[in-house]
Write a protein that binds this ligand. Structure first.
Ligand SMILES: *Cc1c(COP(=O)(O)O)cnc(C)c1O
Length: 406
């Protein structure tokens, strides 16, 4: 008899965005034609940088001629892109990362979700709370957790972020083998200082653990003291894998490109306690299950690393960050305790009441759609996430409405 993966039955329905959509639908049914402003979804709203579009069109034309046609590309990405990434994103920041340590993919969600496959089923896993749900659900599917009880999965360690620690959780007191970190953070917008990241790297080295560092929002960092990469931290290459994405930094959410950094020195251990380099395992996994990112998309991603591309991405991000600043100013003026927004497109704030109640209030009284923090984990209860991914005009209109009702 064909049987299903029993662990899938433990996974909670993706309640958060479905419930947001349902409440919006109900509101619109009762108020046809209402002028809703959506500050809830974590998707960019502005077009790709022009230099990326030009590169993609050129590359698409190359695919239309026998002389310039590209068939299957290299499993780990074209050299032209891996070299540009290594140089601009790492070497220029003093990180000793080479093109051979870069693995191009169709986005960070896949990489972050797939990476756990190369580890044993019975390792102990820690995730942040509040959390980007991919870290949790992929480990549930793999059978690394027990049942969902009281909002948490049994067998997972939750690294609780709160106002006291500024949503940068300390290293766990209990034994953990694999930890997911995300800075700048989704959903809280928090960033980690050099000292905080050093503490995590030191902990991983002392405990034979590994850090999966999600830096999808790296380019939003404005504070020069905040590290952009975990490899800015001494000792990180042995104990950390980093994930990056062109989605939020260059508008690639619908175009699809990202990459993982798996340094030569990065290691895990076998059952006898002997160190095993991770890079050959990731190469084996990718070359078996993945056939590379399309040539036009890699050409578009490489254009990000031209001087024009860098300027155009910075301009995109400056626009979103200006939106975030407007949101922060209005919420702070009303006395709300806010987090994020300065080095991140997300503003996270203490609603002073239960998340869904506050969500409903903003929807019903201001026609502004947000995201209830409780949907990202127990530690998000009482918080709201507002995203800067919208036009300046819509953000300003939304804040005028909030000024009136709050
Ligand atoms: C958006 C996002 C990603 C990127 O996903 P892609 O698959 O590259 O579009 C990764 N991690 C976090 C935390 C995100 O919010």
């Amino acid at each position: 008899m064909i049987r299903v993966n029993p662990h899938y039955s433990k996974i909670q329905a993706n309640y958060l965005f479905a419930e947001v959509a349902q409440r919006v639908k109900n509101y619109l049914a009762a108020h046809p034609g209402a002028d809703l402003i959506r500050l809830g979804i974590g998707d960019v709203t502005h077009a790709l940088p022009a230099v990326c579009v030009e590169a993609m069109v050129r590359a698409a034309r190359e695919q239309g001629s026998d002389e310039t046609f590209h068939g299957y590309g290299p499993y780990y990405g074209y050299e032209f892109l891996r070299e540009a990434i290594a140089k601009t994103d790492f070497q220029a920041r003093g990180c000793d990362i080479s093109a051979e340590e870069i693995f191009v993919s169709d986005g960070a969600k896949c990489d972050v979700g797939n990476f756990q496959e190369i580890f044993d089923t019975d390792i102990r896993v820690a995730v942040p709370d509040p959390v980007y749900p991919v870290y949790v659900d992929t480990n549930v599917m793999a059978g690394r957790t027990g049942a969902h009880v009281g909002g948490n999965y049994e067998g997972l360690t939750y690294l609780v972020g709160n106002e006291a620690n500024g949503f940068v959780p300390p290293v766990p007191a209990e034994p953990v083998d694999l930890v997911y970190l995300c800075f700048p953070n989704n959903p809280t917008g928090a960033v980690a200082t050099r000292e905080q990241l050093q503490a995590w790297v030191d902990w991983a080295r002392a405990n034979g653990a590994l850090i999966l560092f999600d830096a999808a929002y790296e380019l939003f960092i404005q504070d020069p003291a905040i590290p952009h990469s975990i490899y800015e931290i001494p000792g990180a290459k042995e104990v950390a894998v980093e994930f990056r994405s062109f989605s939020k930094t260059a508008g690639f959410t619908g175009t699809r490109c990202g990459y993982a950094v798996v340094p030569n020195e990065c290691r895990a251990y076998d059952a006898s306690g002997a160190a095993v380099p991770l890079q050959p395992l990731w190469k084996r996994r990718q070359s078996t299950k993945f056939n590379g990112v399309s040539y036009p998309v890699q050409a578009a991603a490489a254009a990000v690393y031209t001087p024009e591309g860098q300027a155009q991405c910075r301009a995109l991000i400056a626009g979103y960050l200006a939106n975030a600043r407007i949101v922060l100013e209005h919420l702070n003026a009303k006395g709300y305790k806010t987090f994020g927004g300065a080095n991140s497109p997300y503003v996270w704030f203490n609603a002073g009441m239960e998340s869904w109640g506050f969500f409903d209030r903003l929807l019903n009284e201001a026609q502004v759609v947000t995201t209830p923090g409780c949907g990202f984990g127990n530690a998000g209860a009482g918080f709201i996430r507002i995203t800067a991914f919208n036009s300046r005009e819509n953000v300003e209109r939304a804040m005028e409405r909030l000024d009136k009702i709050l």
